[in-house]
Design a protein around this ligand. Sequence first.
Ligand code: BEZ
Length: 224
Amino acid sequence: MPGLLLGDVFPDFEAETTTGKIKFHEYLGDSWGILFSHPKDYTPVCTTELGRAARLSEEFSKRKVKMIALSIDCLEDHHGWTKDILAYNCEESACSSLPFPIIADYKRELAVALGMLDPDEKDKDGMPLTARCVFIIGPDKKLKLSLLYPATTGRNFDEILRVVDSLQLTSGKRVATPVDWKPGDCVMVPPSMSEEEAASLFPDGVYTKDLPSGKKYLRYTPWP
Ligand code: BEZ
């Protein structure tokens, strides 16, 4: 059974969070959204990830991306754990709260509905924990990107920011971003675009790499 697919409208769930009850679409408003899940409160890798996410929150805000975390424990645990996250990750008294809410999915309802459980990681009662999922949702509420890491592998939030930059660029312009791309680098002309169209759409020029096949598909143009 396929789970959520790219282009699907993201479910408009209701949830309890550390900042109150939310309806997801209302919470997002007309922003982009990123929902990232965590296996369990009071766990080491998650503590480092949430701290990094908090430190990058201004970068996400600049890009009009609303962040929200999820973990399968109750609000009381989330509030207690938040103090540890802040103590571990912030300069003394530099921050008093996380800059995004954490969903309390203590019944694992969202974890199941969104296909986020990691079959290899169980809690002490044998219940599966959540994997490290990342969902990036566009202002149209459609799923633009999903990542799924096992509980034992922490994510790279610089990479998540990088893919937001690519998603936002490619949602407005008919270009694609190559390997390891970052803002300012050249972008690629999509294979479906004819040479004539590319010439008129990219007045700064299109550079085509000669290849043994003779096919002219490796086309770069300066960052728009
Ligand atoms: C962690 O966040 O450290 C963690 C959680 C579940 C399994 C392994 C590591």
